[in-house]
Design a protein around this ligand. Structure first.
Ligand SMILES: [Zn+2]
Length: 250
């Protein structure tokens, strides 16, 4: 058999790259940002879905061809299944934020992960086949051993490096200013689309989307952001897998 090797090799390389991306193992420590020089940023929204704020934010993102990640609370997802489906079908990423927003320090790592897996089942019942690979603990509070236990269950522990403090309702301009001052390539920005009146968040997102576009930033999901991680310089001994993408600020 005379295989057209010259044409097969690029195809095989492409397939290998796709497979590597698809089977990236979860990180064994928290991801707060991604080291990269590419102007990519992940906007994230916690505590939803809620009506009407989640839908308003989604409309703005779609108008700007932006993607984002929504760390939903299980109880709220069950209450607003149509919003969850709309987010998923619009290409937004859905992450886990606990069944009922309990503090992981009180639950302990084992119980927190059990509840995260139950929430993953819930989301996948609402949207069959939905990939769910991210967990963000309520309050950003972690328990000992949480990240490795999540990783063994196929979940990354995601925090943030830019906190908008939007839940304190500090005025739209204050939220916008915090983002404009602190964001950099690889940033993960924390907003809230649930848990109260989030009209300030909606307005801040409306103002920030053109700001990002004008500076050449692409807004991507957290899973997309991780793909932009620059490999760390070769260390003297091999690091545990995934360590190149650890922010470690928190
Ligand atoms: Zn929360």
């Amino acid at each position: 058999m005379n295989l057209p090797t010259a044409r097969l090799v690029p195809l095989l390389l492409l397939l290998a790259c796709l497979a590597a991306a698809a089977f990236r193992p979860p990180a064994a420590a928290a991801i707060s940002r991604v080291p990269t020089t590419v102007p990519v940023v992940a906007l994230t929204f916690d505590d939803g879905p809620s009506v009407p704020y989640t839908g308003r934010i989604l409309d703005l993102l779609l108008q700007s061809h932006a993607r984002a990640t929504f760390f939903v609370v299980g109880g709220e997802a069950a209450r607003y299944p149509d919003v969850v489906r709309r987010l998923a079908h619009a290409g937004m990423e859905l992450g886990l934020h606990g069944l009922s927003h309990r503090d992981v320090r009180q639950l302990g790592a084992r119980q927190a992960v059990a509840q995260a897996l139950a929430e993953r089942d819930l989301l996948q019942r609402l949207v069959p086949g939905l990939p769910v690979t991210l967990f963000r603990p309520p309050y950003g509070a972690v328990a000992r051993g949480l990240a490795p236990l999540l990783a063994r269950n196929g979940l990354d522990l995601v925090l943030w490096d830019v906190d908008t403090l939007d839940w304190t309702r500090p005025a739209v301009a204050a939220i916008v200013r915090r983002v404009e001052r602190a964001v950099r390539p690889g940033s993960i920005v924390l907003f809230h689309d649930g848990g109260g009146n989030r009209q300030e968040t909606v307005e801040a997102v409306r103002r920030l989307l053109p700001w990002f576009a004008a500076r050449g930033y692409r807004l991507v999901t957290v899973s997309q952001l991780v793909e932009f991680a620059t490999p760390a310089p070769a260390p003297s001994s091999p690091p545990p897998h995934g360590s190149a993408i650890f922010g470690g600020e928190r």
